[in-house]
Ligand binder design. Structure first.
Ligand SMILES: *Cc1c(COP(=O)(O)O)cnc(C)c1O
Length: 501
């Protein structure tokens, strides 16, 4: 340890080759500020906790090296691109902690192009007058969903809050007790209801709610009947739910609009992939829901957004509400969303939107990819097995549904240390631990990421402490990812089991 006077001066630190390089790269000012910040910390620590008089002394060179390490780490913290790119080898396709849907090439390009220059975001090129950003995607959304009007806000949580605030403040909203969802990240239907100033009118029971329960709850103060898709859980057994058709019929006779929060929603029939049916937006609109809301970055596979489609008058009321201004999407989001929607309009979503390519990826393709990884790893001296396993959709869609996959499985001496090393790689690789193995799922890894993944795994393998030589005790097991929609049982991203936010 050192004393206050033993700390190096800033100009001494800058003479260190690593900091000289940092100055060349990032400029003088930020490097000096980082050095001052770390020196300030150390001074404060020394004042709070003076070193023992006869404690072990460090040489000035040791101390300088320690400070330089801290400055380099600070500069990386401040200046390296964030959020960092990671390789998602978890097999959880819509991993909320990893940023949900990867965008199509066209959507990413549209976002880059819009971001880089000026756009006609709120300007009508036809007559040079002021326009509305909401006109950018509304026509296409109406075309794709069959709705009369559409509105886009920052996310679906915002869409729900907006609808409740604009249409139900100070009034009642009837919801089934089986649909009082917590999505994760503190988003719970009763809390959103309170935030929107609406009164939650719970009806039915957790497992059974009948249309008569809704009917009995309607009074003069009822503003909406709300249906919420149980996105991340399932109620099985002795269950009953009022159908949307019955809710719409009841709402019409009572003069109360039905709002359908689909959560993910889908523009594609998920049963075509052997999955259960995720509610389709077009279907809710056709059945007469007055407003339907869904996420832009769940099964749509676009940028983060909340999409509301439905009745023209109600959407007009939403557009006039001040929260709409507070939640408006920016030009890049709208550009990415538009490009994503074009894939659906052109019938190319299954090939262009990465999410659908991953869902549609046949088992044979995951097997071929896994075999290629194993061969590449073997060439670098890493022994790996191939095991059957399961990928999941995640992201608050299709809970409990799995897709058969082939996993590359490793048995490092210490799975936690190994996954930590993978996370430190560049690009970082996020894997899962299952049955004392580290498993890597090709389904969620883009082919252009293969080389980075193999390099990261080989480096982490070579980095293991030699004393703890990997055991090869064989466990043949099929491993499924912990559903990312389950309550957070572990906070390790390696398990892919954090709650959906
Ligand atoms: C995911 C979800 C939301 C929140 O959507 P975000 O786009 O993540 O804000 C709201 N409601 C339901 C039912 C959901 O599944």
């Amino acid at each position: 340890m050192t004393t206050l006077r033993g700390l190096p001066a800033v100009h001494t630190l800058l003479a260190d080759p690593r900091l000289a390089m940092a100055v060349a790269r990032h400029g003088h000012t930020v490097v000096v500020e980082a050095a001052r910040a770390r020196l300030d910390d150390m001074r404060a620590a020394l004042r709070a906790n003076p070193p023992a008089v006869n404690g072990p002394a460090s040489t000035p060179a040791d101390i300088a090296a320690m400070v330089v390490d801290a400055v380099v780490a600070t500069l990386a913290d401040w200046l390296e691109p964030r959020p960092r790119r990671v390789v998602n080898a978890t097999g959880v396709i819509l991993h909320t902690n990893l940023g949900r849907a990867p965008l199509s090439v066209a959507a990413a390009e549209a976002m880059r192009s819009a971001a880089e220059g000026y756009t006609d975001l709120e300007y009508r090129l036809a007559d040079g007058r002021r326009g509305s950003r909401h006109d950018a995607v509304a026509p296409l959304l109406c075309h794709l969903t069959g709705a009369d009007a559409a509105l886009v806000v920052n996310n679906n949580a915002g869409a729900t809050l907006l609808m409740l605030s604009a249409l139900a403040r100070g009034r009642g909203v009837v919801v089934s007790r089986g649909q009082l969802v917590e999505i994760g990240g503190g988003y719970r239907i009763p809390d959103v209801m309170a935030a929107g100033g609406a009164t939650l009118v719970e009806v039915g029971t957790t497992n059974r709610t009948r249309i008569d329960d809704y009917r009995a709850a309607i009074d003069d103060l009822t503003a909406l009947l709300l249906r919420v898709h149980a996105s991340n859980y399932r109620i099985v057994g002795f269950t009953e739910e009022a159908s949307l058709d019955a809710l719409v019929a009841l709402g019409r006779s009572a003069g109360v609009p039905v709002v359908d929060d689909l959560g993910s929603g889908s523009l594609v029939d998920t049963t075509a992939f052997g999955l259960v049916a995720e509610p389709m937006v077009r279907d809710s609109v056709a059945r007469g829901a007055a407003l339907v809301c869904f996420s832009g970055d769940k099964l749509l596979g676009g940028p983060q957004a909340g999409i509301i489609v439905g009745d023209r008058d109600l959407v007009a009321r939403l557009r006039r509400h001040p929260l709409t201004r507070a939640m408006r999407p920016d030009k890049a989001t709208l550009a990415g969303l538009h490009a994503t929607l074009v894939h659906y309009a052109e019938g190319r979503a299954l090939t262009e939107v990465p999410l659908w390519r991953m869902i549609a990826m046949p088992l044979a393709e995951t097997a071929a990819r896994a075999a290629a990884w194993r061969a590449a790893l073997a060439a670098r001296g890493v022994a790996a097995d191939i095991l059957p396993g399961h990928s999941t959709v995640g992201g608050g869609a299709l809970p409990g549904e799995t897709l058969a996959t082939m996993l590359v499985a490793l048995r490092p001496a210490d799975c936690d240390a190994f996954t930590a090393a993978l996370r430190r790689a560049d690009p970082a690789v996020v894997a899962r631990i299952a049955e004392h193995r580290v498993v890597l799922d090709p389904r969620t890894v883009a082919p252009h990421e293969d080389a980075g993944l193999v390099a990261a795994v080989a480096a982490a393998w070579a980095d293991q402490p030699p004393s703890a030589s990997p055991s090869d005790a064989g466990v043949t097991a099929s491993a499924a990812p912990a559903a990312p929609t389950s309550p957070a049982a572990s906070s390790s991203p390696a398990t892919g089991s954090r709650s959906v936010r």
